[in-house]
Design a protein around this ligand. Structure first.
Ligand code: HEC
Length: 153
């Protein structure tokens, strides 16, 4: 078998595995909706912790600042894996139809978010002054993606 036919065989296996995972038409994959909402909740929690430090409600702490980016990175990755076709509706999801009609744009938004988180984490902020711009570069992604890919319920 050459490389191309191997790749083709692998694609066939992947396609049939995908077909098996498809639920009857109209079924709602509530678990997956819950999982992605949990992931976003964790991201929201990390953003809140960052906000408290930025507002001076909680003293700046380099370990806490690093944790903001670690939590966001793992949850952003997790979030991106929970958008099968059978999860467009149900479970009070706020996922916009655009996620499925413009999947490339959605993936690009998510990739940018993850890239900005990694870049911010790499600056390893040791002071509030250093944390501020690092967090701002991450936080600009929230509104951008929500405007296009999240509906307000
Ligand atoms: C790549 C797109 C994208 C980015 C970037 C993004 N979000 Fe979200 N967010 C969504 C989508 C889509 C939903 C709706 C998910 C659902 O209901 O199925 C959501 C939902 C949420 C929720 C509600 C979760 C719940 O159901 O309780 C919070 C809170 C949230 N986002 C916070 C944030 C914060 C804070 C940031 C930035 C640090 C952020 N999001 C960045 C796409 C994004």
């Amino acid at each position: 078998m050459n490389v191309q036919s191997l790749a083709f065989a692998a694609a066939l296996v992947a396609a049939s595995a995908g077909a098996l995972a498809v639920l009857p038409a109209g079924a709602q994959n509530l678990d997956v909706i819950k999982q992605r909402q949990e992931a976003m909740k964790n991201i929201g929690g990390a953003a809140k912790a960052a906000g408290q430090m930025l507002k001076g409600e909680v003293a700046f702490d380099a370990a806490k600042a690093a944790a903001v980016f670690t939590v966001m990175a793992s949850n952003a990755k997790e979030f991106g894996t929970h958008f099968p076709e059978d999860s467009k509706t149900g479970g009070k999801t706020e996922a916009a139809p655009a996620i499925w009609t413009k999947p490339e744009e959605f993936k690009a938004e998510l990739a940018k978010f993850e890239g900005d988180i990694a870049a911010a984490a790499a600056t390893k902020p040791e002071s509030l002054d250093a944390f501020k711009p690092a967090f701002a570069s991450v936080a600009q992604n929230c509104k951008g993606c929500h405007e296009e890919f999240r509906v307000d319920n």
